[in-house]
Design a binder for this molecule. Structure first.
Ligand code: ADP
Length: 475
C-alpha cells in the first residue's frame, strides 16, 4: 500500500492472495488493509492537500504528462499484470493500458483549462468573478473489470484539479493498481497526494471513506447496489459523489440495417472482456425481417472464438472473474432456457483442456428471449447475447427504455432520421449509432437512472473535482 509516500504493509503484516482466474493459481499477495489504514491514508491526503492544491495547473500537468509517458513505456508490463490477475487476452489488456494512458494525457491538458468567468451585474458598482478550486481529499473505489483505466479515469482528473486521493482498488485486481501507483509516484506526484489502500474486506474501508469528515468527495465505479449504499451514506455527510454503476444496454437492429455488419458489431462488443463491461449489450433487439441473417452471422463469428488463458496466442475470450460470476451467468441462461429461450450456441461452462481449473463460460447466443426472463432485467456481466425480435420502432424503443439502468445503448440503422429519433428518445447516457465503441478520454462517459451520477473523461470529467467560488466585488 502507498501511504504518505511510503510503500507499507498492513498492520500485523496480514496479506491476501491474488488469483489468476484462468487457472485458479495464486499469482501474488498484497497487504490486507483496514479502516485504520484508510484513516491514515486520508490523514496523509488531507495534509498533502495544503501544498498540492496550491501548485500551478502547469506543474500538475507536467507530472501527469510524465505519468502518461511512463505508462506507455510500461504498457507490456502493465498488460501482463492485468492478464495475470484479471484474465483478459493480452491484446485487450494492451488496448486497455492505451485507453488508461489516454486519460492521463487528456487531464494533463484539461488541468490548464479550468477556466472561470466574469458575469455582468445589474449593479453598476458590482463585479462578479467565478473561479474553480479543487474539492479536497477524494476517496476513490474502482472495480476489477478494467483495473487500470478505471483508476486513471478518476485519479487523472482529481490530480489535474489539485485534489489529493485515497484509492481502494477491487480485491481481485490490486497488482495492476500497485503498478499504476508506482508510475504516478515515479512521475513526481508528491508524498501523500496519492495513497493506495488494498484490502480483501472493502466494507470497513468504504465506511471510513464515507464517514471521515476529511473526505470531501467519493468517486465510485462498481455495482448499483454498493454504489447506492455508499452514495447514500456519503450524501448523509454532504460529500460530493460521482458513481459509474451497472448497465443493461439495449442494442437495436432496425429493418434498414445491414444485419451482417450489425452482427459483427455485436460479436465484437458483447464478448469484449468476456461480457464483463457496464456498456456490454444486454438485450439485442433485432427486426423480425433481419433476425435470421443476423443470427447466422453471429453464430458463425462466435463459433470462431477461442477461450483460454489470455497469454495464449489466438485466445479471443478469457475467463470470468470468479466462481460467483460463473454461477450467476449459468443461472440466467438456465432460467431463460426453462422459460422457452433457444440456445443458438454455447450455454455451458467450459471444462475441457484444463479450463475446469479456471472460470470459463462458453460464448453464448440465446434466441427468443422474453421480458419474464431474469436476463431481460438483470445485468449479466458475462458472455451471453440474448436476442429479442420486434416489428415496430415504437415497440422496440419502449422495450429498450424499459429498464432501471441508463448507461449505454446501440442503434443500427442507415436512416438518418431514425438514427436521430432514437438518439433523442433513448434514455441512456451513451448512444452508439452504428458504432460499437462510443468511448474515449475526450468523450463524457456516464449514465442516467440507476447507472449513476456524473460523467468521467471529457471536459466534464474534471468539473466533478472542482468547487465553484463566486466573488462579488463592490467597487
Ligand atoms: P462487482 O459485483 O462488480 O464486484 P462491487 O460493487 O461489489 O461490484 O465492486 C466494485 C468495487 O466496490 C470494488 O472495489 C469492491 O471492493 C468495492 N466494494 C464492494 N462492496 C463494498 C462496500 N461495502 N464498501 C465499499 N466498497 C465496496
Amino acid at each position: 500500500m502507498l501511504i504518505n509516500g511510503n510503500w507499507a504493509d498492513a498492520n500485523e503484516g496480514t496479506t491476501f492472495d491474488v488469483i489468476n482466474p484462468a487457472n485458479g493459481e495464486v499469482v501474488g499477495q498484497v497487504p490486507d488493509g483496514d479502516a485504520a489504514t484508510a484513516k491514515a491514508a486520508i490523514d496523509a491526503a488531507a495534509t498533502a492537500f495544503g501544498s498540492w492544491s496550491k501548485t500551478t495547473a502547469h506543474a500538475r500537468s507536467a507530472i501527469l504528462y510524465k505519468a502518461w509517458q511512463l505508462m506507455l513505456e510500461r504498457k507490456e508490463d502493465l498488460a501482463r499484470t492485468m492478464t495475470m490477475e484479471q484474465g483478459k487476452p493480452l491484446r485487450a489488456a494492451r488496448t486497455e493500458v492505451q485507453y488508461a494512458a489516454d486519460f492521463l494525457l487528456w487531464f494533463a491538458e484539461e488541468a490548464k483549462r479550468t477556466y472561470g468567468e466574469t458575469i455582468p451585474s445589474a449593479r453598476a458598482d458590482q463585479r462578479f468573478i467565478v473561479s474553480h478550486y479543487p474539492v479536497g481529499v477524494v476517496a476513490a473505489i474502482t472495480p476489477w473489470n478494467y483495473p487500470v483505466s478505471m483508476i486513471t479515469r478518476k485519479v487523472g482528473p482529481a490530480l489535474a484539479a489539485g485534489c489529493t486521493v485515497v484509492l481502494k482498488p477491487a480485491e481481485a485486481t490490486p497488482l495492476s493498481a500497485i503498478k499504476v501507483f508506482e508510475i504516478l509516484a515515479e512521475a513526481g506526484v508528491p508524498d501523500g497526494v496519492i495513497n493506495l489502500v488494498t484490502t480483501s474486506n472493502p466494507a470497513p474501508v468504504g465506511e471510513e471513506f464515507v464517514s471521515n469528515p476529511l473526505v470531501r468527495k467519493l468517486t465510485f465505479t462498481g455495482s448499483t447496489a454498493v454504489g447506492k449504499m455508499l452514495a447514500g451514506k456519503a450524501a448523509g455527510n454532504m460529500k460530493r459523489v460521482s458513481c459509474e454503476l451497472g448497465g443493461h444496454a439495449p442494442f437495436l437492429v432496425f429493418d434498414d440495417a445491414d444485419p451482417v455488419h450489425a452482427a459483427k458489431g455485436v460479436q465484437l462488443v458483447k464478448f469484449l472482456n468476456t461480457g464483463q463491461a457496464c456498456i456490454s449489450p444486454n438485450r439485442i433487439f433485432v427486426h423480425q425481417s433481419k433476425v435470421d441473417a443476423f443470427v447466422d452471422t453471429l453464430q458463425s463469428r462466435v463459433a470462431g472464438m477461442q477461450a483460454g488463458s489470455g497469454f495464449e496466442e489466438g485466445v479471443t475470450i478469457g475467463p470470468l472473474v470468479d466462481e460467483r460470476a460463473v454461477t450467476k451467468v449459468s443461472a440466467q441462461v438456465d432460467d431463460a432456457v426453462a422459460k422457452g429461450a433457444e440456445v443458438v450456441c454455447g450455454g455451458n461452462r467450459l471444462i475441457s483442456n484444463g479450463l475446469d481449473k479456471g472460470f470459463f463460460y462458453a460464448p453464448t447466443v440465446l434466441r427468443g428471449v422474453t421480458p419474464d426472463m431474469l436476463i431481460y432485467r438483470e445485468e449479466t456481466f458475462g458472455p451471453v447475447a440474448p436476442i429479442i425480435t420486434f416489428e415496430d420502432d415504437q415497440e422496440a424503443l419502449k422495450m429498450a427504455n424499459d429498464t432501471s439502468y441508463g448507461l449505454a445503448a446501440y442503434v443500427y440503422t442507415r436512416d438518418i432520421s431514425r438514427a436521430m429519433r432514437m438518439f433523442e428518445a433513448l434514455e441512456f447516457g451513451i448512444i452508439g449509432v452504428n458504432d460499437i465503441n462510443p468511448s474515449a478520454a475526450s468523450a463524457p462517459f456516464g449514465g442516467m437512472k440507476d447507472s449513476g451520477l456524473g460523467r468521467e473523461g471529457s471536459r466534464e470529467g474534471i468539473s466533478e473535482y472542482l468547487e465553484t467560488k463566486l466573488g462579488g466585488f463592490a467597487i
